[in-house]
Design a protein around this ligand. Structure first.
Ligand SMILES: [Zn+2]
Length: 701
């Protein structure tokens, strides 16, 4: 159903599950042989009955139905009877059908969401032990078969017969001229743009679970890494997931100017071994062996920091391209779905044309605009000044642009715990928080009435209601002594999501337009709140002008890094579609070539080193189906919204105006919000300003 409304964001968060997939190659040929004649005959018949003006819409609607009709849906007589009964030949009937769908889907989505929330209650909330039965409830999806059911009972065909199915090209070309009602009709038809058989969805889910498991168990035991002098640079028991812990550890080491660089170089070497698949198979998630990543020597562990015996038989035989076999498996899963998705017949098209709704060429142009900006080398030289050395390739993850905090972590924890001893205390304070953010008192209370705060088992998430009048849930972690600062910081981020959810469900004119264009937009709202967390504690805001400039430079450098990673991800998916029979080894060589190519073009001139493969290390590239470009796009969109809000001087009214525009095309949404389409200019402009401020105040710190 409406996956955008359920957010478990933050670091890993955003992976909304892709319905990408796979399809037995027979879909297109499934169209019954009588279909062409039947459509032509009915077109004449309907034009005679309703007037020639109905001819074009009847033809389009029947073609849309025909593209999904299968033998099991009925023979020619059933098809003809269905069209005669369900085609709306006059405006009043069409309005009535539209109104039914709009009302029913609001309720259907909302109640399905409520059922799902109840089923997951014990699993999601901090309410004591999870019993086996709780896990079964949590794993059950009441809406899993809705799509199948609605094709079986022909509800889907009623929508397809009467409302236009569009391609992104059409939406981009004509969308600016459509009325709100026309947009709602487009969104209605889009719900039925794919008819993927349950068997295919199951196959995709199985392959995806395998890819996730590969990523989730890919750990490196850091105490078992040896440098050339035999020294262990990392503490005992440190087990880092390649997916994100390795990068986090690399970033954390910027705080240690003396010992940090040696650790960072070693992490970079481990990453290179993973990407090139020269990593010994035996060292993956295995504390029984020691490993020198530089020489690639492997030996039985000479220290013990886990409950295993040293493995004396381990060799340095390399991992046999499993990384690339896993990536290939997700490509093959995607191809299974292709034949069932006529308006977006590749995973690449589904990602850009449906999930993001920004044409791939435009996304690529924006990413290249960031990567080739003259600001990159200026920020790079500033980082070199701050580090007191030349850049190393791993400095694409430089994390030193941080405002100095006048308060210690313990002090902040104490302030937050006193203010919010329980989730209820946080819930009661929401109206005050919103007023501090510039919302009108009455509106703040209205929004707060729609938000319930509940104790999360994990770090927190925001779950919007599925229908008008429903409750958005803010799940947050509150320890027995009260909320700590980290929990508060996350809760404020989630509150940003909740406020967007409340407004974009309840205050949008058409329920079929509820929400925002894609996940990057709701993340932008969440970051808007999160960046102001200290002010919400009534603390003097630590970040003066320089602090804000630091935040911008940090965003810019992170965007530059992840934009290159995204360009690699995009090129790799094109390569796979162009080489559908590639072996894992061929894919490995292609990925290495692509990663080096992007590096040499956009990074080598800045880092003064060629042929680096680090851009290919992201695990999202292996298991997340071309998801990575969402990250840099999120940065660009955030910068645009942040800039507009800064100009307005207050969040509240601008937030309301933006969030109630609904899920139209991203560019139309952004034009309404800021006056410009989605683009990189806001980020680049604020980066240029930030550079001036930081240079003026003196770079070294
Ligand atoms: Zn988020």
């Amino acid at each position: 159903m409406n996956e955008m409304r359920i957010l478990a964001c933050l670091a890993l968060g955003l992976v909304a599950f892709c319905a990408c997939g796979a399809a037995p190659a027979r879909a297109q040929s499934e169209r019954p042989s009588w279909m062409g004649v039947a459509v032509a005959g009915l077109e004449t018949e309907l034009a005679a009955k309703y007037g020639d003006g109905a001819r074009a819409s009847a033809r389009r609607g029947m073609e849309q139905v025909a593209s999904f009709w299968r033998a099991e849906d009925g023979d020619r007589a059933v098809f003809e009877e269905f069209v005669r009964a369900s085609f709306a030949g006059d405006a009043a009937t069409r309005d009535a059908i539209f109104e039914r769908f709009e009302r029913v889907f609001d309720k259907l989505d909302g109640h399905m969401h409520e059922i799902g929330t109840e089923l997951r209650r014990q699993a999601d909330l901090d309410l004591g032990p999870i019993l086996p039965v709780d896990e079964i409830f949590a794993g059950y999806s009441p809406s899993a078969h809705v799509s199948d059911d609605f094709f079986a009972n022909k509800i889907s065909f009623v929508a397809l017969l009467n409302f236009p199915l569009t391609t992104l090209e059409e939406r981009v070309a004509k969308g600016a001229g459509w009325s709100r009602r026309e947009w709602a009709e487009v969104r209605l038809a889009q719900r039925f743009s794919r008819r993927v058989p349950a068997s295919v969805n199951l196959a995709v889910a199985k392959i995806s679970a395998g890819a996730d498991a590969y990523v989730a168990s890919y750990n490196i035991w850091m105490h078992h890494l040896l440098d050339d002098a035999g020294a262990r640079l990392f503490p005992a028991g440190m087990r880092l997931l390649t997916h994100w812990n390795l990068r986090d550890e690399l970033k954390a080491n910027y705080r240690d100017a003396a010992a940090g660089p040696a650790k960072q170089r070693m992490i970079m070497k481990v990453m290179e071994r993973i990407v090139t698949q020269t990593i010994p198979r035996a060292v993956v998630d295995n504390p029984a062996v020691d490993w020198n990543p530089y020489t690639n020597e492997v030996a039985a562990a000479a220290v013990k920091d886990a409950d295993v015996e040293p493995d004396v038989s381990a060799t340095n035989e390399r991992e046999p391209d499993t990384r690339y076999a896993t990536l290939l498996s997700t490509f093959k899963a995607s191809r299974l779905v292709d034949p069932y998705s006529p308006t977006a017949p590749t995973l690449i098209a589904r990602r850009f044309d449906e999930s993001r709704e920004i044409p791939e060429e435009r996304v690529r142009a924006m990413l290249e605009q960031v990567c080739s900006s003259p600001l990159v080398s200026k920020v790079a030289r500033l980082i070199e000044q701050r580090l007191g050395r030349s850049l190393e390739p791993y400095d694409i993850w430089y994390s030193g642009f941080r405002p100095a905090s006048p308060r210690s972590g313990e002090e902040l924890d104490g302030i937050v715990a006193a203010k919010y001893p329980t989730p209820e205390a946080f819930e009661r304070d929401i109206p005050n928080i919103l007023v501090k953010l510039g919302f009108d008192r009455g509106r703040a209370e209205y929004i707060a009435r729609h938000i319930a705060v509940e104790p999360a088992r994990g770090s927190g998430h925001a779950s919007g209601a599925g229908m008008k009048g429903g409750t958005a849930r803010l799940r947050t972690r509150v320890r027995p002594g009260g909320m700590d600062y980290k929990g508060f910081n996350i809760a404020i981020h989630e509150l940003g999501h909740n406020v967007e959810q409340v407004l974009s469900i309840n205050d949008v004119d058409h329920t079929l337009l509820q929400g925002v264009p894609n996940t990057a937009f709701t993340e932008a709202f969440a970051f808007l709140f999160q960046a102001r967390d200290l002010a919400l504690l009534d603390l003097p805001v630590a970040s003066d002008e320089t602090g804000e400039a630091m935040r911008v430079l940090n965003d810019f450098w992170g965007t530059y890094e992840i934009a290159g990673v995204s360009l690699v991800d995009m090129a790799v998916w094109h390569w796979m579609y162009e080489h559908p029979d590639a072996t894992p080894a061929e894919l490995r060589d292609a990925v290495l070539g692509i990663a080096k190519g992007v590096w040499n073009r956009y990074y080598a001139p800045v880092f003064r080193k060629k042929d680096v493969v680090l851009l290919a290390v992201y695990s999202h590239m292996i298991d997340s189906y071309l998801y990575l470009p969402d990250y840099p796009m999120g940065h660009l969109i955030s910068a645009q919204i942040e800039k507009k809000v800064a100009e307005a001087g207050s969040i509240g009214p601008e937030f309301e105006r933006m969030a109630t525009f609904g899920a139209v095309l991203p560019d139309l949404w952004m034009r309404n919000a800021t006056g410009s389409p989605v683009g990189a200019e806001a980020l680049l402009a604020e980066t240029a300003d930030a550079l001036k401020i930081v240079s003026r105040k003196g770079a070294r710190k």
